[in-house]
Design a protein around this ligand. Structure first.
Ligand code: CTP
Length: 410
């Protein structure tokens, strides 16, 4: 079954380039539907997209092609990937603010797969701080963006905001489609989730942030969402492993067949992890542990006085390092979130913490990091092997890490 793309077209002179994008995607064998906003129809007739994609085009929320159940839900379900191009400041603003008032915005809201947005607009609009904030917010939520090119714009200005060439858009979309899980019918033997190849293994995973209390109201923490660790725990359980997940505070539900132990501070995490260390065949330490905690935690709310408040911090135990010192048969996997010198720092951590391998990512890169659903990882092993991976969903990366872990367990 071929993958399906839903193209959302908004109003802009660059609409004509998307006809070429659709044509190229069709030649590559993808099926498509198009949703056009009213403004998009001012630039190009829906018939043009209908002819190129050989499929009906939706132009309004209340249109009712006979094949549909509930219009926007049907299209959202069908989409392996959504591409919004050209994307105006208006549609970006709507998505960022949860506004769903037409066919395109309601479909985006219901989409479960990746949504790729290719902004195209006047430079001043593109550089407007509100637009930039909306883009940053959406990137943080896992929306993918194709950066606009710089050049002469239709309005006569020179600057950024130009829709990239169709080839570049097609390449990006195909790249994302290749990372999307195969449809159920295609999963066959290639899909690792169904192979119970970790049966009998005991895997201890840590996830999420630690919280270090200052007083009953205030604390120090970080932006970790726990998504990466939860994805690994879920993948490992599906592959038959017995999984204990030591989790800092997150909003995530415990994955099926996983035993979760909730902790708050680094000290609590240290204790829970050491308690299960003997039991474990492998430890995957995804958690973002606070390196320092307040020297004292006040039992009462600290009252405001004077101009300055000095907070004295003391180091937390390095949990992973302590496991490295205690290690007997266990495989130890660390994580490293860096903003620079990723490989160099990761190699240092392998040595200092006696790890088997480390999963490093540059959290400054779009699509990598704490809150989104995707990550861009490099695995560095103790023998110096470095493997770089493309941007992928955290659940997919979970399986990549478990594949690597399996080599060590075997
Ligand atoms: N880690 C840990 N205990 C700590 C700090 C980190 O177990 N007190 C673990 C993390 O779970 C992660 C790995 O060590 O698997 C690397 O964490 P990171 O924060 O990147 O590195 P640090 O050792 O804290 O070094 P730095 O902050 O200097 O980068």
């Amino acid at each position: 079954m071929s993958k399906h793309i839903v193209i959302g077209v908004t109003g802009g002179i660059a609409v004509y380039k998307i006809l070429e994008v659709a044509s190229k995607l069709r030649k590559l064998g993808y099926s498509m539907n198009t949703i056009m906003t009213k403004n998009a129809c001012e630039f190009v007739q829906p018939l043009a997209f209908q002819t190129i994609t050989n499929n009906y085009v939706v132009t309004d929320t209340f249109e009712r092609p006979y094949t549909w159940d509930v219009e926007h839900i049907a299209l959202a379900k069908k989409a392996d990937v959504m591409l919004i191009a050209p994307a105006t400041a208006n549609i970006i603003g709507k998505i960022a603010n949860g506004i769903a008032d037409d066919m395109l915005s309601t479909t985006v809201m219901a989409a479960r797969g990746p949504v790729i947005i290719a902004p195209a607009m006047n430079t001043a609009m593109y550089e407007n701080p509100i637009v930039q904030e909306n883009i940053a917010y959406l990137k943080d939520k896992g929306y993918l963006f194709i950066e606009p090119d710089s050049g002469w714009l239709a309005c006569g200005d020179l600057g950024s905001g130009k829709l990239p060439a169709p080839e570049k858009i097609v390449e990006y979309v195909v790249d994302v489609l290749e990372q999307v899980e195969a449809p159920i019918e295609d999963k066959g033997t290639s899909h690792k989730e169904v192979e119970r190849d970790l049966e009998g293994k005991h895997i201890l995973v840590t996830a999420g942030p630690t919280i270090e209390s200052i007083d009953p109201f205030r604390y120090i923490t970080n932006h970790s969402s726990g998504k990466m660790g939860y994805a690994i725990a879920e993948d490992a359980a599906k592959r038959g492993a017995k999984v204990v997940l030591v989790s800092g505070q997150t909003n995530l539900e415990c994955p099926p067949n996983v035993e979760r132990i909730n902790v708050r501070s680094a000290i609590e995490m240290y204790e829970a992890v050491h308690e299960h260390f003997e039991w474990a065949d492998a430890v995957i330490k995804t958690a973002a542990v606070a390196d320092y905690r307040p020297k004292e935690t006040s039992h009462h709310k600290i009252k405001k006085k004077g101009e300055h408040l000095m907070l004295e911090l003391v180091p937390n135990p390095d949990i992973l390092k302590s496991l490295g010192e205690r290690k007997s048969h266990q495989v130890l996997v660390g994580f490293a979130a860096e903003t620079q010198n990723v490989i160099e720092y990761a190699e240092d951590k392998i040595r200092n913490k006696n790890l088997d391998f480390i999963v490093a990512n540059n959290i400054a890169e779009a699509g990598a990091g704490f809150k989104g659903d995707t990550n861009i990882a490099t695995i560095i092993e103790k023998d110096g092997t470095v493997t770089e991976y493309k941007k992928m969903y955290k659940s997919e990366l979970g399986n990549v890490i478990l594949d690597k872990l399996k080599n060590y367990l075997d």
